[in-house]
Design a protein around this ligand. Structure first.
Ligand code: NAD
Ligand code: UGA
Length: 449
């Protein structure tokens, strides 16, 4: 076996992960391949297809040396004996399990291509997030060409967008699940060696395949559940006069709870939390565990309620009508430091505002190209890169994404540009509300009366 690495899927996960693996393993060739020519062209250009702090530097340090992006999938499969599969696994929109189960068509197509093109034994690494026991199906698909041996490992990724490079360079843990027989253990060791180039050995956990697949879904579900829990408290805070920032501060000082993921806001977005929790719900129902399914499903319904509540409070604060009013959304990315808008709360809020016949203006430092695509179905939408211009004539600003650039705006200038009375709704709790009130703003915030 050779030490070289291929990755099928050059997306948010394949690109950054392989760039860091290549940088830390200069003696291995790393080939990232995709069916999407435009995406590959972008990876080979100065304008990478995704925005991620620190990514440009890592890619530039090894692209063309030991890191290669191409559409030659067959060539990469033949050239490399370790093959990661990092293709998309979105929620199914049709047929059995629609709205819950993962759509595995891209993953199966990738497995079939590996099977067809392999020229020898391969280690196949599931990098995509997949339902528990998918490795079984992958093995079945791969063995349609039984002349070679394929060992399937699960190596889920825990990075978060916006901090992908930091998370990859300094992960809490790397998880590798594999068969517990001799061949499986040898494959696990081969993959451990890739990460041991920079990750301390004690942080590289090895488990059986099913535990690994399960742990990834469980980790995302636990994180999503914390956000829904804190958002549920935020609603009660608004009703009672308690302050969610103070409550979260108290909760976080309990070492058993911990301070992270207690930030109330417009609900979780991103490509994975909703998808993975829905997939967990589907798995529970498949195994007849309806109580467990209902429990996890409530995490999603709480998230949806949070976004509806934000719009309902906005309507109430603007004299129960938004018709014809100009509402500015500050931030369209699902979180700061990314241009990604998949499942962004801003889109749900924009849709609800449009139902109220508001005129919507959207500003964001990185996400406007994606916003243009996501909002194409709406009328009365303006995209405006400059936040000061976005504020001109607006009745309200809804601060939706916690970009640093919004913390440091000249809010007096923003206020002067708006129609009066001017409302600011800080859905992320990042602004100094007393200072804004002193300028003349009416203010709202999530989890604060
Ligand atoms: P993505 O859509 O950005 O990228 C997937 C890529 O796979 C696309 O470029 C697509 O063209 C390519 N692809 C699809 N089918 C292919 C095929 N048959 N052959 C070659 N290329 C193919 O998705 P993503 O955000 O990178 O997510 C990928 C997986 O990683 C998902 O399962 C996701 O749950 C998981 N994940 C993502 C993140 C994240 O931060 N985005 C974090 C952890 C895990
Ligand atoms: C999340 C997980 O954090 C990663 O570990 C995981 O690998 C990834 O999903 C995945 O599987 O794709 P990501 O969605 O990129 O990462 O970003 P997060 O930082 O987790 O934020 C998700 C959403 O939750 C964002 O909309 C964010 O604003 C929101 N959030 C986060 C809160 O509302 N409150 C918080 O306290 C934290």
């Amino acid at each position: 076996m050779n030490r070289d690495i291929a990755c099928i899927g050059a997306g948010y996960i394949g690109g950054p992960t392989m760039a860091v693996i290549a940088q830390k393993n200069p003696d291995r060739k790393v080939m990232v391949v995709d069916i999407n020519q435009a995406r590959i062209d972008a990876w080979n250009s100065d304008n990478l297809p995704i925005y991620e702090p620190g990514l440009d530097e890592v890619v530039k340090s090894c692209r063309g040396k030991n890191l290669f992006f191409s559409t030659d999938i067959a060539g990469a499969i033949k050239a490399c004996d370790i093959i990661f599969v990092g293709v998309n696994t979105p929620t199914k929109t049709f047929g059995e399990g629609a709205g819950y189960a993962s759509d595995l068509q891209y993953w199966e197509a990738a497995a079939r291509t590996i099977s067809q093109e392999a020229n020898g034994d391969k280690i196949v690494v599931e990098k995509s997030t997949l339902p528990v026991r998918t490795a079984d199906s992958m093995a079945a698909v791969l063995h349609t060409h039984p002349e070679h041996t394929f060992t399937v490992l699960s190596n889920p990724e825990f990075l978060a967008e916006g901090s992908a490079i930091r998370d990859l360079l300094d992960p809490d843990r790397v998880l590798i699940g594999g068969p517990q027989d001799r061949r499986g253990k040898a494959a696990i060791k081969a993959l451990v060696d890739v990460y041991a180039a920079w990750v301390p050995r004690r942080r590289i956990l090895t488990t059986n395949v099913w535990s690994s697949e399960m742990s990834k879904l469980a980790a995302n579900a636990m994180l999503a559940q914390r956000i829904s829990s804190v958002n549920a408290f935020s609603a009660l805070c608004e009703a009672t006069g308690a302050d969610i920032q103070e409550v979260a501060g108290v909760l976080g000082m309990d070492k058993r709870i911990g301070p992270k993921f207690l930030q109330a806001g417009p609900g979780f977005g991103g490509s994975c939390f909703k998808k993975d929790v829905l997939n967990l719900v589907y798995l529970c129902r498949t195994y007849g565990l309806d109580d467990c399914a209902d429990y996890w499903e409530s995490v999603i319904s709480m998230n949806e309620a949070q976004q509806k509540r934000i719009v309902a409070r906005t309507v109430k604060a603007l004299f129960n009508t938004l018709a014809g009013k100009r509402i500015a959304l500050f931030g369209f990315a699902f979180k700061a430091n990314t241009g990604d808008t998949r499942e962004t709360p801003s889109l749900t809020v924009a849709n609800l505002l449009a139902e109220e016949h508001a005129q919507i203006v959207v500003t964001d430092p990185k996400a406007l190209p994606n916003a243009e695509r996501d909002l194409a179905h709406l009328q009365n939408i303006t995209l405006e890169p400059d936040p000061y211009r976005a504020a001109e004539g607006a009745d309200a600003i809804l601060l939706m994404t916690e970009w640093d650039c919004y913390r440091t705006l000249d809010w007096a200038r923003v206020y002067a540009a708006m129609r009066k009375p001017a409302l600011i709704f800080d859905t992320r709790n990042i602004l100094d509300l007393p200072a804004l009130r002193a300028l003349g703003f009416n203010t709202l915030a999530v989890g604060r009366a």
